[in-house]
Design a protein around this ligand. Structure first.
Ligand code: SF4
Length: 314
């Protein structure tokens, strides 16, 4: 029996007005996410991964021009941000309110979305702080965010995001700026929490090592286009798109301490007009041939797995 997807993106495109021409942030993305699944979106800066997350969270600015659809079939209605969808941002310094205690910030979610009284919400905040690994939560619940370390602040941001029991947890580079030990702890925490709650996780990162630690499936975005998607084990062991291959090669080389591998992908994205006509990756692809510069490769696959490259075998 096939599961009803929690999230379904169909032909999703997003453009932002700009001079001399609009910026195309996403172009025809097809993706789905099942309940309890963990999908990691990988891509470099400017690939559109954060735009995708913000669209799903319902937080795109008004001027964004959106075509295609973003639906939640398993919910059967539009999600309520904060209740059905929780969001963990990259920077807990800015995502937490500096003038409210951490208990008030967690409690606010429960009062708003679960009709809790403030005294019940405070007690629940203590439980949540303990669950995300804050020591002595009874004593710390009334502290403001600046009394916590960077890693602890990210744990508190996670407690706020899961407080209402969302069906989907979105995480935008949640381990950036943290040292590697704390990074691993935060990923393990996210992994454990979504398993306990039976929630789905959609995490975006530029770091394939992060994806390898937590993902069931990996989707690779390049210049707003989905170039490859599939089971994490397969993408990491047998990537089919040249850009995915380069990311895997770089991640392996960095793991082995070989920073010379950073030259694997040419640094410049090339001429945007040329990329718009053909394959967006052509200006940087070591395998590009004449057809790549004039014909955009079609997506070969479905919303769960596929690749967009003239050289990839379906
Ligand atoms: Fe490279 Fe051509 Fe494949 Fe694009 S379509 S990734 S340029 S081989």
């Amino acid at each position: 029996m096939s599961l009803v997807p929690l999230l379904e993106l169909s032909g999703l495109s997003v453009r932002f007005p700009a001079e001399p021409r609009p910026v195309r942030a996403l172009d025809g993305v097809e993706l789905e996410l099942l309940p309890s699944e963990r999908l990691v979106l990988v891509g470099e800066s400017g690939s559109g991964k954060s735009t995708l997350l913000w669209k799903i969270a319902g937080l795109l600015p008004e001027e964004a021009e959106v075509t295609g659809s973003c639906r939640f079939p398993a919910l059967g209605r539009a999600p309520v941000p904060g209740r059905d969808v929780g969001l963990v941002l990259q920077d807990p310094f800015t995502s937490l309110n500096p003038v409210l205690s951490v208990g008030e910030q967690i409690g606010e979610v429960l009062v708003t979305h679960r009709s809790a009284s403030w005294s019940a919400a405070r007690q629940a905040a203590v439980v949540l702080l303990r669950r995300v690994g804050i020591p002595e939560p009874e004593r710390r619940v009334d502290d403001p965010p600046h009394r916590f370390s960077g890693g602890q602040r990210q744990r508190i941001a996670i407690a706020i995001a899961i407080a209402a029991g969302p069906r989907l947890l979105l995480a935008d580079e949640p381990t950036s700026g943290l040292d590697t030990v704390v990074q691993a702890q935060i990923l393990d925490l996210l992994d454990g929490l979504v398993r306990e709650q039976g929630a789905a996780l959609l995490l975006v990162t530029h770091d394939l090592a992060v994806a390898s630690r937590i993902a069931d499936r990996i989707a690779v975005l390049y210049a707003g286009t989905l170039v490859e998607c599939g089971p994490a084990v397969r993408i990491l062991s047998d990537p089919r798109h040249p850009y995915s291959s380069a990311l895997v090669a770089i991640a392996r080389a960095l793991e082995a301490g070989r920073i010379d591998a950073l030259a694997t992908v040419r640094a410049s994205p090339g001429e945007p007009e040329a990329a718009a006509r053909g394959c967006p990756f052509a200006p940087r692809c070591a395998f590009a041939f004449a057809r790549c510069r004039v014909e955009r490769p079609a997506w070969s696959g479905d919303r769960r797995a596929g690749v967009a490259c003239h050289l990839a075998v379906p």
